[in-house]
Ligand binder design. Sequence first.
Ligand code: ADP
Ligand code: MG
Length: 260
Amino acid sequence: MERDALVRKKHNIHTSGSNVPSPLQDFAELKSRVEIKVLIFIYLKHILCYMDSGVRYGCKRYLLRNFAELGFKEPTPIQRQAIPVLLSGRECFACAPTGSGKTLAFVCPMLMKLKHASKDGVRAVILCPTRELAAQTARECKKLAKGKKFYIKLMTKQLVKSADFSKLHCDILISTPFRLQFAIRKRKLDLSRVEYLVLDESDKLFELDLVEQVDSVVKACSNPSILRSLYSATLPDSVEELARTIMHDAVRIIVGRKNA
Ligand code: ADP
Ligand code: MG
């Protein structure tokens, strides 16, 4: 069996979609691919042409240091597959059990792709179904970004009431759909430059009947080169349908069973 299939089998990862990027063996792989490529470049210049489709992750040291400090020794199954998919610029919808590390699976590639803080409007949005989950995700984001000056903002009640959103610069904005929709409609929040949109706990987004709000956020994120991804603990047909309508050439990732 080929290497990718073996890794997936071992970790109970099921994928579908065209050309699914290889799953990670370990976190170190996130940085080392660049070094391997440099070596290949030096010694085998022309072979490089054939290998140029290979990956080039170049993870910054602060991120791997944070993983180590948090005691994360190896990626969880969803992280093994979702991280390389997103780093390859592919959209994905992923289903993995509660507690299996989905937050890091989308925050890690987001931090890697954003590279450093920038005053470029709102650059990434994470939608969570409830205020508690949004606050928890914001805390997790800040822990993972420690040591790097990213501007990570939670859409609180005060913020949504008071802020002048026309001037909001923010690398990662975390919100419930309700507050974000309000900010777009009533506070002129501009999401047209968002490069990464995450719909977290998307099964709950449906259960809580937030589809209309999610829809207006998806529409407001009008950047044609946006990368969307969707996470869930179960994958009912409604979620799968949403994923397929908003995404292009998405990779579907299931860890364990679909409705476990
Ligand atoms: P989910 O969103 O899938 O329910 P979370 O992202 O909230 O899961 O993660 C659950 C817990 O696992 C968190 O406390 C998180 O810090 C921890 N965690 C995340 N990734 C790893 C890892 N690679 N190794 C060990 N623990 C991890
Ligand atoms: Mg989660």
